[in-house]
Design a protein around this ligand. Structure first.
Ligand SMILES: *Cc1c(COP(=O)(O)O)cnc(C)c1O
Length: 427
């Protein structure tokens, strides 16, 4: 991540207020371009918008060449506003509504990834134009061992079981207005082991070839998933991206030798945006309780649920530091919490920091993915934080902080006379 001097962060915190998400667009561009340069040119990179659905983040990645992988009507409109249309958009997700499917057909989404036979039938009924490609998501038999959150080889709401698919030639050929022309599989998230990524890629490419033959469909597209991780916690090593890319390139090379006309797609969320974001909060109170020191900040897990350190019984900490006092030794142990009225609102537990004073800024690094959009921003009605994107030295406000009116506008007050009737009903 390109370095941003602390006094610049402090200036931005003053200008835009805290809590604040800062996204470094230049670092994001560097990361994307570095990946694009090294990855086999036959692999199209799609950005999984759910990792950070801010329209400017999506637009930046799209302008660099990434397609957008989306999963809701609002994400579809986000993609449109980000400039992505046609073959640059893939819509997937296990519970698409008819409205969403219709929007895909009418608004020129390039590919719909269907996750069940019922969904295939629903799309068939909509008679999409030929420009809309239909793929099937497979739940493969093989399990991905190195993933923190496995998504294959088990009963899942995602996709169609490989086993079922293997005996579904008739069902697939019975479709009247659409043709399945490819397969998608996604074997897990937060994968930090290159070998697992390479193995997954090989598995999916082989699976797609064998299913296409078995079901007698043209293999126009294979989406090999992604799920590349970012190390957050102690003891986690960064993904060896060079090794992953090398292995993927070799697998893709031999696949394309056999299937020269097939489009190969990889979809990445966290890996692209995770490093490029930081969550900035300001200490409100610093106090002692039974011998332990607490920093109570103006934002917490309501904006950064991932910092809770899920997936483990022991609380694990995201990288956190105090912006002031970098020159003083980190010789105090603090637990950093947010403003929520729940003991779980702990951003960092027992971390070493320099002495923290009320008003000091704290920064949680590697926070560009699954931030506010994956957090309970409505808890205690604090709302969404501000988001700022830095591009070439200029800071752009890309999402305004929710105002009280933003939070209350969608609520409807039952009229007073209905709450407390003037005359009690006769009985
Ligand atoms: C969430 C998701 C992604 C993105 O996952 P990351 O781990 O953030 O890269 C990609 N594909 C599918 C199907 C997903 O559900």
């Amino acid at each position: 991540m390109t370095s941003l001097p602390d006094h610049d962060v402090a200036e931005l915190a003053d200008r835009f207020g805290t809590p604040l998400y800062l996204y470094d667009g230049d670092a994001l561009r560097e990361r994307y371009e570095r990946l694009r340069e090294r990855l086999h040119p036959g692999v199209d990179i799609f950005y999984s918008a759910k990792a950070n659905p801010n329209v400017s983040v999506c637009a930046l990645l799209h302008s660099l060449g990434a397609g957008l992988e989306i999963s809701s009507l609002a994400e579809l409109v986000t993609a449109e506003r980000a400039g992505a249309t046609g073959p640059d958009v893939i819509f997937l997700g296990p519970g698409k509504s008819t409205e969403e499917l219709r929007a895909c057909c009418e608004r020129g989404v390039g590919t719909i990834v269907c996750e069940s036979f019922a969904e295939l039938a629903a799309v068939d009924e909509l008679r999409p134009p030929a420009t809309v490609k239909v793929m099937l998501r497979v739940n493969p038999e093989s399990e991905s061992a190195g993933s923190r959150l496995a998504m294959g080889g088990k009963p899942r709401q995602f996709g169609v079981d490989e086993e079922i698919l293997r005996s579904s030639r008739d069902a697939v050929s019975a479709l009247r207005h659409i043709r399945v022309t490819g397969f998608h599989a996604y074997l897990g998230t937060r994968i930090l082991d290159a070998t697992t990524i390479v193995r997954n890629t090989g598995t999916i490419l082989e699976l797609a070839e064998s299913l296409a033959e078995l079901l007698d469909i043209p293999l126009e597209t294979v989406d090999i998933g992604g799920g590349w991780g970012v190390p957050y916690f102690d003891g986690e090593d960064d993904l060896d991206a060079d090794a992953a890319i090398e292995g993927i390139n070799a697998a893709v090379e031999s696949f394309l030798d056999r299937n020269p006309a097939t489009r190969v797609i990889t979809e990445l969320g966290r890996y692209l945006v995770g490093w490029a974001g930081r969550y900035i909060v300001r200490a409100r109170y610093v106090k002692e309780s039974k011998g332990e020191w607490f920093v109570i900040a103006d934002g917490g897990t309501n904006h950064h649920m991932a910092a809770v350190g899920i997936g483990s019984f022991v609380k694990r900490n995201f990288p956190i530091r105090a912006l002031a006092g970098q020159d003083s030794p980190a010789d105090r142990v603090y637990t950093v919490t947010g403003p929520l009225c729940t003991p779980n609102d702990v951003v960092a537990k027992r971390v070493w920091l320099p002495e923290v004073h009320p008003g000091d800024l704290l920064e949680v690094a590697r926070s560009g993915a699954y931030g506010p959009s994956a957090s309970p921003v409505m808890f205690l009605s604090h709302g969404h934080p501000a988001e700022v994107l830095l591009l070439g030295g200029t800071a752009h406000l890309v999402r305004s902080r929710d105002t009280v009116e933003d939070l209350l506008r969608p609520q409807h007050l039952v009229p007073a006379e209905l709450r407390a009737p003037a005359t009690l009903p006769a009985h």
